[in-house]
Design a binder for this molecule. Structure first.
Ligand SMILES: NC(=O)c1ccc[n+]([C@@H]2O[C@H](COP(=O)([O-])OP(=O)(O)OC[C@H]3O[C@@H](n4cnc5c(N)ncnc54)[C@H](O)[C@@H]3O)[C@@H](O)[C@H]2O)c1
Length: 393
């Protein structure tokens, strides 16, 4: 069969734009032609496109007109308008995590720490609804770039659930590291929150996805999250925080630690951590305890390759793994990080969906469950961990 040709348009020219570009090189089911990129920072856009021989577009509209699949690789505050612009032109859209959120009232005095969380939840649900309606009304589909869903360990757990008919009883997991590189991260008006949304969305979405899978396998319909109790803390902004220079401390009005306790419709539970307080590289894992098996899904670090050097200078030009402070001594070298994180698998799957109509594993329903849970979580954290009902859209 002739491979279908799809034109990709990348919005953004930062970290996510780069790994989307790399992942596109590993899409094999379709022929991808990258039309080019558009970004709000002209010089960064030119650097990004020149290095890859891509066309730099002067406007979002122009890029959308020249592409079939739009990649939203921009800060969370911009996701909804870009997704809407793409859907309104019947384009397929791949949107980075977190799907959306509440980004304040636009005033100079907006403070992410003090706004009423009920208002944030209401606005976030409004934003989700608008995108779901636009998706329903047109031909374009939302593909939610939650790479954890496509990480091989999570996809293997999917197979276990489907073949064993297990009930997941308790999951616990985490995404943590020593802090984000993006300057917009840490300012609520751009990021829509701190660790809970920026990092917690990953293990949370994986947990919700696996309960969706379990529900479909056992009863033909997904098991969805019902309530959440959450706590958030701003540890690096405490007056007594001992800053030794290893952790990022650039968070203006967001939390750098979050704890989420989620109860699903069937009464089973997930406990998830997210933080900017962990050294030694990205710490991404989820453990799944079920009625007939237990798995520990390590995304980072994993032991596919262990490396040792007596002096970090030997590895100066060698990529070891994301966000380690030093290369000296033992390290968990990732021989193919994008494979373990699921970046290339999600891209391959999204292009199969866009070209041939394959079912989308990480779709707008998962994105919306995940965001509704997180903003209910912020309301719970405001109430110091009281249980809050999750609105399922
Ligand atoms: N899945 C993952 O593992 C992962 C990892 C990192 C980032 N992300 C997500 O990717 C998104 C981007 O993060 P990043 O780290 O690349 O940020 P970044 O700061 O490195 O880059 C953001 C880019 O967006 C551009 N931009 C900002 N506003 C824009 C607008 N209105 N229109 C067009 N371009 C605009 C900027 O010019 C910049 O090029 C975020 O949603 C983030 O959460 C996901």
């Amino acid at each position: 069969m002739e491979k279908k040709i799809l034109r990709a348009g990348i919005v953004g020219s930062g970290f996510a734009a780069k790994f989307h570009y790399e992942a596109l090189q590993r899409v094999f089911s379709t022929k991808v032609e990258i039309s080019g990129a558009y970004s709000a920072t002209p010089q960064k856009l030119l650097d990004f496109t020149a290095a890859r021989g891509l066309r730099a577009f002067g406007s979002l509209e122009d890029l959308i007109d020249h592409a079939d699949v739009i990649h939203v690789c921009t800060p969370p505050v911009t996701h909804e308008p870009i997704v809407m612009a793409a859907l309104n032109k019947d384009k397929q859209v791949i949107v980075e995590k977190p799907f959306t959120g509440y980004f304040g009232d636009g005033s100079e005095t907006f403070n992410g720490e003090t706004f009423p969380r009920a208002k944030g939840l209401e606005h976030c649900l409004g934003s989700i609804n608008r995108m779901l309606q636009a998706e329903k009304a047109g031909k374009g589909r939302i593909m939610y770039a939650e790479n954890w869903v496509y990480a091989p360990a999570i996809q293997k757990e999917k197979e276990l659930l489907q073949k064993t008919g297990a009930q997941i009883l308790w999951m616990h997991g985490e995404e943590s590291h020593s802090g984000s590189h993006s300057l917009t991260y840490g300012q609520w008006k751009f990021s829509g929150g701190g660790s809970m949304i920026g990092k917690g969305c990953h293990p949370l979405s994986a947990a919700i996805y696996l309960k969706h899978v379990e529900g479909r396998a056992r009863n033909g319909k997904p098991i969805r999250p019902k309530t959440i109790s959450a706590r958030t803390h701003a540890i690096t902004r405490m007056p007594g925080f001992k800053n030794e220079g290893y952790l990022r401390t650039t968070y203006k009005d967001t939390e750098d630690f979050a704890l989420l306790h989620v109860i699903f419709e069937d009464g089973t539970i997930a406990d998830l951590f997210a933080s900017e307080l962990v050294m030694g590289g990205v710490h991404n894992w989820i453990e799944v305890n079920t009625s007939n098996h237990r798995t520990i899904c390590n995304i980072n670090p994993n032991t596919a390759m262990q490396a040792y050097t007596p002096d970090g200078k030997y590895f100066d030009n060698i990529y070891v793994t994301e966000k380690t402070e030093t290369k000296q001594g033992w390290s968990s070298m990732s021989p193919d990080e994008s494979w373990f994180t699921g970046y290339q698998h999600e891209m391959e799957a999204f292009y199969r969906s866009a070209a041939y109509g394959d079912e989308i594993e990480s779709d707008s329903r998962l994105a919306s469950d995940s965001m509704a849970t997180i903003y209910a979580g912020y309301l719970s954290a405001e109430k110091k961990g009281a249980e809050v009902e999750i609105t399922i859209l």
